[in-house]
Ligand binder design. Sequence first.
Ligand code: PLP
Length: 440
Amino acid sequence: MSHLFYQGRGRKPVLDQARGVYMWDKDGRRYLDGSSGAMVCNIGHSNPHVLAAMQRQMEKSTFGYRLHFETEASEKLASRLVGLMPEGLSKVFFVSGGSEAVESGMKLARQYALAVGQGTRWKVISRAPSYHGCTLGALATTSYGPLTVPFEAMLRPMPKVPAPRAYLDGLDPDDPATGRHYADTLEAQIRAEGPETVLAFLLEPVGGASTGALVPPEGYMEAVREVCDRHGVLLIMDEVMTGAGRTGAFLGCEHWGTRPDIVVMSKGLGAGYAPLGAMIADERLVDPVLEAGGFAHGFTYAGNPLACAAGLAVVDEIERQGLCENARTMGEKLIARLHGLMQKHEIVGDVRGKGLLTAFEFMADRDSKAPLPKALNAHQRFVDIAYANGLIVYSRRTRDGVEGDHILVCPPLILTDTHLDEIVEGLDISLSQFAAELAS
Ligand code: PLP
């Protein structure tokens, strides 16, 4: 009997080993990690350079409390990250995960507003659907029914605007008018709230679990930045999933040249080697907060030297192996292959993504974009079938099943053509089995 519990009752196989893109359970079954865990293990499992760097750090020290010491590892990682950020984002605040990073970004923005005499600003507008984390602050900006509804009474509601799902709204994603249209809904929301109450707009550059690799329409990112500037609203870029090379650039927002005021990262930064996250802010925000008495926020494990040593070695590996570039080229191949599967399997209604953040969505009817019935629990059923075939993929039902099921295919960025063939074969077999099951 296990004493562990997570989200449900299901018992999982026990993990034994993981190397590169593969994982083995205690019974010796092999799985291809087609989702990098939860879009975490960007550089693959058991990378010897990262393990060696962690070993070296462990022999020196494993903990130094942030109010007593800086550590060499955290200093080095901070300056390395700053070198990879847009100009001016030069202040780094380490945390241990994505929700903590989002909370930290929101709180820094709020303290900045207070420090510069804009204390009426507190609302963080985000998008629906979206996922920004499970702590109460991050959850208030999240729009994903199953995780938010039980806690609504405990949340301070934050305004939401529609995610730019052009494919569902019948708009052309390549037409700049489409991007403008969604940015206009943000502007209308800011005006409706009263701009003097709006602190920030929080978004993922490419959608993750909630929207299934949603790529913004043409012109959207640029227009959103303009809208924020016009109303003195800060732009917080949630790069928890997209950061550390996942979309084919170190940050997802680089694809559009968007300059956020605050970036939050996690997942691929620690890459599964250590719990690590970072909030990287424009110095123009941080200085007034520090002058006004300091940032009233912090976590015990922040800047942990072992996590930072791992993060530094992860960034080294991303650069040494050219993983952003590999994510770009392999991502293009993967998307093309997913389109091939869409042609073959009627049930796949949409394919999308950027770099190795890709997804396909099930639809009962491609023309009307009707989702499969919620009762089928299609996304979970497909994940189970793929798992039984030795392929791990990640799934979510968008907005409590009303609007469909998608499957994220996000393998480690070290992906080769052989791995890609194996993934596509696993998906193909699993889609055939799933379709047969639906037909029976
Ligand atoms: N933000 C995004 C975009 C995420 O995808 C996630 C996790 O999936 C989070 C925040 C929360 O990160 P964590 O689960 O590490 O707290």
